[in-house]
Write a protein that binds this ligand. Sequence first.
Ligand code: AMP
Length: 193
Amino acid sequence: MKNICVYCGSSPGRLEAYSDTARALAQALVERDLGLVYGGASVGIMGLVADSVLQLGGRVVGVIPEALAQKELAHKSLTELHVTTSMHARKTLMVELSDGFIALPGGIGTLEEIFEIWTWAQLGFHAKPCGLLNVAGYYDGLIAFLDHAVAEQFVKPLHRSILSVEQEPAALLDGFARYQAPSAHKWLDKDQT
Ligand code: AMP
């Protein structure tokens, strides 16, 4: 693995724990010589994780659509900044550049991005790991809902298991290093569990 994509809030969130874990994730990435790919903004947890990686001497690639870059939200000191014509082009490039995907706490944008990448993993469109950093129980309600979706037989246990959940960045990245994707053809096997 060379680069990890981090989806996270454009807001800082209420608790200091969210910022602390963003810094811990930055440290875990740099220790493993993994570059950060992220949404390219200077605000919220997004800006914090990028600043932390840069301060530790790591690589940060930002990918931002021109509509957001023009509002001066783009981070000015990244290793690389790609400005795309649309949100869809941005997400496609982030996926191409990355070998794994992490959601720190965030809002609607963060949820949309991690669910899209998880959906593509379920369909076998890529074989890269994805996971949630469940800081201070932020994702507890979502995880309970996902268990409900499995119990109600809308999500297969195999597909639920693709999305890792950890509280510590190091544990999530160590799991990524061992990750083996389910083979794509299993999607068509109705007997899988
Ligand atoms: P949210 O979780 O709703 O705060 O949105 C954060 C996610 O959506 C990030 O991972 C970004 O890719 C994208 N995003 C939302 N707002 C912005 C912004 N102001 N600048 C850049 N990216 C943003």
